[in-house]
Design a protein around this ligand. Structure first.
Ligand SMILES: Nc1ncnc2c1ncn2[C@@H]1O[C@H](COP(=O)(O)OP(=O)(O)OP(=O)(O)O)[C@@H](O)[C@H]1O
Ligand SMILES: [Mg+2]
Length: 380
């Protein structure tokens, strides 16, 4: 990425920034716009915000109030071409609280799902510890965001699966209220099995590579004391052990869950119910690991994500490190930065410049973020 420009995005009115290779440090006090800036870049990478509940939040309050619009734009230099990305959020549609998202790639209008994968990026943030301690949803999202960046087929397949699932669940709810019958349900089973199995196949294949990458990254960060294992926990048993579940396997799992799904009024097996189990030496991480170990496991998952993206996409991802240094000891801060700097472009936010390992800082460009402005830090 060679430049970023923001207009009415969160706390930024206008910002134009050129970005170089190596480490860029964004330093500043709390609530000055450091995370907002990384959020903007990541928004271009995955087509949606990783933290906003509603997209209207992304537009500066002033502009949203006035029915204006927010824009995030960037130039991306890839191995053999350069691309202009632009994502607009228009609050002027007249709908209360509505926002219309418009995306252009090299000036050509695109769907959000077609934006995914043009700029590849990995975001490391302090809330990643939820990958260890939080509910399965966060771990599924981790996989889905990663796989969406590696394969457009996956994005579209997952969307189709979720659509069919929504329809099927609506029928199950109606059945519980006696307003729909068996015949309405069965029409959704074949597409659910097809799309579900396709999602599972991609996840299954990716896990074969992701699990060892995460284990290796954990070992580099934590040392050889204990080993991290990462296993996909499926609600659908494959027919052939060790293989990905086929549509027939999904159908069999549905069959077995008939009583339960009717009782609760929703589909209880399938990729939307799966999880990733993280363990240290075979013991569940969420239950027994120290907070530091959980943090290192989360970092290892992100490093594995970056490596897989790099392998599958060819272009190295932009590494975004949002406030991850403060909970690590000095040695780990050095190791994490060293790992990140294997990639050509790294952006790091911190409230405390002193936390940035000096080896990294010596070569870094330091920007000062204050009150929605970004200024070059003049070395003392
Ligand atoms: N839509 C918006 N319009 C205007 N301001 C916003 C909007 N959304 C968030 N903000 C403001 O942005 C600020 C937070 O910015 P950000 O999360 O980037 O801070 P930060 O520099 O990362 O701080 P910290 O060090 O605490 O993580 C808050 O003060 C918030 O009020
Ligand atoms: Mg922040």
């Amino acid at each position: 990425m060679t430049s970023l420009s923001l207009t009415n995005f969160r706390s930024y009115r206008t910002l134009k920034l050129t970005l170089g290779r190596g480490l860029t440090v964004l330093a500043g006090e709390n609530a000055q716009g450091k995370s907002n800036l990384l959020e903007a870049i990541y928004l271009l990478a995955i087509g949606k915000s990783q933290r906003a509940a509603v997209e209207r939040e992304l537009v500066s309050w002033e502009a949203a109030e006035a029915g204006g619009y927010g824009i995030v734009a960037a130039s991306v230099q890839r191995a053999d071409d350069s691309v202009e990305l632009r994502l607009g959020l228009d609050c002027g549609g007249g709908r209360a609280n509505g926002v219309v998202k418009r995306i252009r790639v090299n000036g050509v209008p695109k769907r959000a799902s077609d934006l995914v994968g043009v700029l590849s990026a990995v975001l490391f943030s302090a809330v990643d510890i939820d990958l260890a301690y939080g509910p399965p949803q966060g771990r599924r999202r981790y996989l889905d965001v990663l796989l969406s960046q590696t394969s457009r087929r996956y994005v579209h397949g997952l969307q189709r699966y979720l659509r069919v699932l929504g329809q099927r669940n609506a029928v199950l709810r109606s059945m519980r209220e006696g307003r729909a019958g068996e015949d309405e349900l069965v029409v959704w089973d074949p597409p659910l099995c097809e799309e579900g199995a396709a999602v599972l196949a991609t996840r299954h294949e990716a896990m074969q590579r992701l699990a060892p990458l995460a284990a290796e990254a954990f070992e580099r960060l934590a040392g050889t004391g204990s080993a991290l294992s990462v296993d996909y926990v499926a609600t659908v048993e494959p027919i052939e052990a060790g293989a990905a579940p086929t549509p027939e396997a999904v159908a069999a799992a549905l069959e077995r869950s008939r009583r339960q799904e009717r009782a609760v009024g929703m589909t209880v097996v399938g990729p939307h119910r799966d999880d990733i189990r993280l363990a240290l030496d075979g013991v569940d991480l969420a239950k027994h690991a120290s907070r530091g170990q959980a943090r290192l496991a989360a970092l290892a998952l992100r490093l594995a994500e970056a490596q897989l993206l790099h392998e599958r996409r060819g272009d190295p991802p932009v590494i975004l490190l949002d406030d991850i240094l403060s909970e690590l000891d000095e040695r780990r801060r050095g190791l994490v930065l060293e790992e990140a700097l294997r990639y050509p472009q790294v952006l790091l936010t911190t409230a405390e410049l002193a936390l940035v390992p000096s080896a990294g800082l010596a070569e870094a460009r330091v920007l000062r973020v204050a009150d929605g402005q970004v200024l070059e830090e003049v070395p003392a």
